[in-house]
Design a protein around this ligand. Structure first.
Ligand code: ADP
Length: 480
């Protein structure tokens, strides 16, 4: 059953109970008040009649010392006739409760008379022949005789009014319940709208539409739930996007990896086949063996790089306070032999948190790339060197750490390629990169190493003018 229907039904049950009880209490209260009034009137009337009887007894001729039955009947018949509309319903009994006079239509049973004595005045509400009466009984002291006067007052109207009241209230209750049900259906529909919107959003998301959001139409708890649901949906969408990107990157990586393997392997297999199936002269044999060797070496270098990347991805950097001076001295010594490029080192002395070996790998890669980019088409900018390309390696303290930059005046990188070159196996100019033993893995490795140093590679480059690769390391005293 729908939640809104449950809500309506439960409200209706409460409403029906409330209306039923209040209606019963109200109608019954009115009835009891009316009946009390009628009983009071009946008792008053009975007192007046007994007083009238006693007054009439005073006029009985003096010859009687005790009121005879005939005079009782005479007075009773006069009292009966004196009633409104002709006849009163009354009955007279003597001291022994023997009936002396009964008016026509008096139908009360004998129950009340035996209970009444000289000192009491009693009454009962009785039903006789489908009508209701107040039956009273009082004693009369008339001319040395104790008599009992019973009267019957018709109160059927009070009972009829009660039945009418109940019937009217039932109709009013039914109308109110029906109207209430229509209003409650509207209210329930409005109240449960956020739930319906949330259900729709859940179904849309389950069907794969992660961008679908539930409309927030209230500020109450349901509105809050919708807001929280949307936040959860945002987080879910973000994670799914990330996962999709990761899967895409992995597929791209696998494709590029397979491609990079294929080129050297095709060459190796081709030359090996030539060596085993033809009798080659010495020069050709040496050339073939040489190809196999260099392509094999390329594969070996590539697998080492890949291993380095995997290790860097999984590793936690073991950061140590390292003097920048030592790092620069190492690099300077390493590149002294490189005569084709003028590598200029300059740095501000500082102690920085890093894993020195890994940062050396990053800088060796960046300097290597800068040298390669400066070799052809490269210039020296306004550096004053006309013959060889110039690469500047600088280190300086900046606001948020220590910045190391490798700047060249080489071929530069087209703007559209700049965001892609850190991807594994990505090379701007594949044939040029391969001719220089590149496989597009160097910058991917640098990015992974910098990630575990909580840093990232900044690339500024202009095609034909040169590039600057830089990163910032945390200063001492700040490991994270
Ligand atoms: P590779 O082994 O090919 O050098 P990298 O990941 O180090 O691989 O570099 C990816 C590509 O980025 C290179 O093939 C080259 O096209 C481009 N690149 C890297 N550094 C520079 C630079 N300083 N100037 C111009 N292009 C560069």
């Amino acid at each position: 059953m729908k939640f809104s229907i449950k809500l309506v039904l439960s409200t209706m049950i409460v409403l029906a109970l409330a209306l039923g009880f209040s209606g019963f209490y109200f109608v019954n209260n009115v009835f009891e008040t009316s009946l009390d009034r009628e009983v009071g009137q009946a008792l008053d009337e009975s007192s007046i009649l007994s007083f009238a009887f006693e007054t009439a007894a005073l006029n009985v001729p003096l010859k009687y010392s005790v009121m005879p039955d005939s005079v009782v009947e005479e007075i009773a018949s006069k009292l009966e006739m004196g009633g409104q509309g002709g006849g009163r319903l009354l009955r007279i009994a003597d001291e022994e409760k023997n009936i002396l006079y009964t008016s026509g239509g008096f139908t009360a049973d004998e129950g009340l008379l035996p209970q009444t004595d000289q000192h009491t005045k009693s009454y009962r509400v009785i039903c006789a022949q489908d009508r209701f009466y107040v039956h009273t009984c009082v004693s009369i002291n008339a001319l040395n005789r104790i008599l009992y006067l019973e009267t019957m007052k018709d109160v059927t109207e009070v009972f009829t009014e009660r039945a009418l009241g109940f019937s009217l209230y039932r109709k009013v209750t039914v109308v109110m319940l029906l109207t209430g049900m229509v209003i409650m259906l509207l209210i329930a529909s409005l109240l449960t709208k956020p739930i319906r919107l949330l259900t729709k959003a859940t179904r849309e998301m389950a069907a794969g539409d992660y961008t679908y959001r539930a409309r927030q139409i209230s500020r109450d708890e349901l509105g809050q739930l919708t807001g929280d649901f949307n936040k959860m949906a945002n987080a879910l969408e973000e994670n799914i996007c990330k996962l999709e990107e990761e899967i895409e990157a992995r597929e791209e990586f696998m494709g590029a990896f397979a491609h990079e393997l294929k080129t050297p392997l095709t060459a190796i297999i081709g030359y090996a086949d030539m060596l085993r199936s033809h009798k080659l002269d010495e020069e050709k044999s040496i050339m073939s063996a040489n190809y196999i060797y260099t392509e094999g070496k390329r594969l070996e270098a590539m697998s080492f790089r890949l291993l380095d990347i995997i290790v860097a991805k999984q590793d936690e950097a073991r950061l140590q306070e390292t003097s920048v001076g030592e790092l620069f001295a190492y690099l300077q010594e390493m590149f002294t032999e490189k005569k084709e490029t003028d590598i200029r080192f300059s740095h501000e002395e500082a102690v920085v948190w890093m894993e020195a070996n890994l940062i050396k790998t990053v800088l060796v890669n960046l300097i290597d790339n800068a040298c390669k980019a400066s070799e052809t088409g490269g210039g020296s900018g306004d550096t004053g060197s006309d013959t060889v390309g110039v690469v500047e390696v600088t280190g300086q303290t900046v606001e948020n750490g220590y910045r190391i930059a490798v700047k060249d005046y080489g071929i530069g990188i087209p703007e559209a390629e700049q965001s892609k070159i850190v991807k594994a196996f990505y090379m701007v100019d594949k044939s040029r990169a391969r001719s220089k033993n590149g496989a597009g893995l160097g910058l991917a490795l640098c990015a992974e190493i910098l990630k575990i140093h909580h840093s990232e590679l900044q690339i500024e480059s202009r095609e034909g003018e040169g590039s600057c690769f830089s990163f910032i390391l945390a200063p001492c005293g700040c490991k994270d």
